[in-house]
Ligand binder design. Structure first.
Ligand SMILES: *Cc1c(COP(=O)(O)O)cnc(C)c1O
Length: 378
């Protein structure tokens, strides 16, 4: 075990404490922040927001991008625009960050959990199809859950740690079952499936720029879509539903104050300029880890087939839960920060009565996956 600790300290060029993931501000961040402050346009209107949205849409190859205060807000609005309503159901994966299920719950909808694949740690198309074929029927163009008689309106797969899930197969299944595909791409900026950027397969997708993500604005998020109507609605509903007017306050619906402030966007514009450098560094780190762990009888999680991963958070698979616990204990005690993957959502109090398909892989991974230091190396 000490050998692993020594190795990680060596590749991060330090003998001190090594965080799991820290942001890097090595470009024009301070310059743009100063510019933003000098302009006094620090709030939700300003040139950095517009610039960021244009550049982001271009980067991922979607027609529209709408910046939001955080990724959870982006997901919440994405689900509303997918027409998810109170008492609807939404299929997602149990192995995800809580934000996915929180966003579903804000609407009064309920998650259903299907299994993940071992190679992607993301939603398994096989488990999704299995659940639909055994539990659902199409009636009046809606996918109906035969157990609850509720409408399954949307499906939210997540690209775990930046590794793309089998999104094309999931998309095909959703189309056949009249379910709207919403991608939780919070972790997958810079990740591609068959050369197409994650988040551009579904009707709509959400990304996050929280402090621990691959690029950050402190807090921030973005919605992407190719649908002009949805894009307009997204901007409107995140801007308090205000009808644009030179001086009058007229609002036409109950809406949200979810727009990303210009000052956060200033940070993001600078971060975007370094995204390709960050990706190169992370993919290099993955190569180093892969080689090292292959000699340690520990499985390093590689990008799945057909994918180019951003390797946002690097992960290893320990052989047993006991080995995992020992690894967590030893590394954290010795200044190398490591974290277990999330507890399964269906085992949390709030979601323990939600319907699930057999969750065999999710349980297996929950007990064995550990994230190891993943910051961009300078
Ligand atoms: C980070 C994250 C989000 C959004 O988080 P915010 O902190 O609100 O930006 C959503 N889903 C997943 C899977 C995430 O990792």
């Amino acid at each position: 075990m000490q050998k692993i600790i020594d190795f990680i300290k060596q590749i991060f060029f330090t003998n001190d404490f090594i965080p799991l993931h820290e942001p890097r501000f090595i470009g024009n961040e301070k310059k743009y922040l100063n510019e933003c402050i000098d302009s006094t346009f620090v709030s939700s209107v300003g040139k950095f927001v517009d610039q960021f949205e244009k550049e982001f849409a271009l980067y991922v190859g979607s027609k529209y991008a709408i910046a939001t205060v955080n990724g959870t807000a982006a997901l919440h609005i994405s689900l509303l625009l997918a027409d998810v309503k109170k008492d609807d159901e939404v299929i997602t994966q149990p192995l995800t960050f809580i934000a996915t299920c929180n966003a579903i719950s804000y609407i009064g909808a309920k998650p259903i959990f299907v299994d993940v694949d071992l190679d992607t740690m993301g939603m398994s198309p096989k488990s999704l199809l299995d659940f639909l074929e055994n539990n659902c029927e199409i009636k009046d163009n809606n996918c109906i859950n035969k157990t609850t008689r509720k409408i399954i309106k949307a499906c939210v797969p997540m690209h775990t740690f930046g590794h793309p899930c089998k999104i094309e197969e999931i998309k095909d299944i959703c189309e056949k079952w009249n379910i709207v595909l919403v991608e939780d791409s919070a972790e997958s900026l810079g990740s591609f499936y068959k050369n197409k950027h994650t988040g551009t397969f579904g009707k709509i997708a959400a990304f996050s720029f929280n402090g621990n993500k691959i690029i950050t604005s402190g807090g921030g998020g973005v919605i992407v879509t190719d649908d002009e109507v949805l894009a307009k609605k997204a901007k409107h509903i995140t801007t308090t539903g205000k009808i644009p007017h030179p001086y009058e306050y007229v609002h036409d619906q109950i809406a949200y104050n979810y727009r990303l402030p210009n000052i956060n966007a200033a940070l993001l514009v600078a971060q975007m300029e370094n995204l390709d450098n960050f990706l190169t560094s992370k993919r290099q780190l993955a190569k180093i880890y892969k080689e090292f762990f292959s000699n340690e009888n520990i499985t390093f999680i590689k990008e799945p087939a057909n994918s180019k991963s951003n390797y946002w958070l690097q992960a290893v698979l320990l052989n047993t839960k006991k080995q995992r616990d020992e690894f967590l204990e030893y590394s954290n005690k010795n200044g190398v920060i490591t974290r277990p993957i999330w507890k399964l959502m269906n085992e949390l109090d709030m979601f323990k009565d939600c319907q699930t398909n057999k969750l065999i892989n999710a349980k297996y991974l929950e007990e064995r996956i550990v994230n190891i230091p993943s910051s961009v190396r300078l």
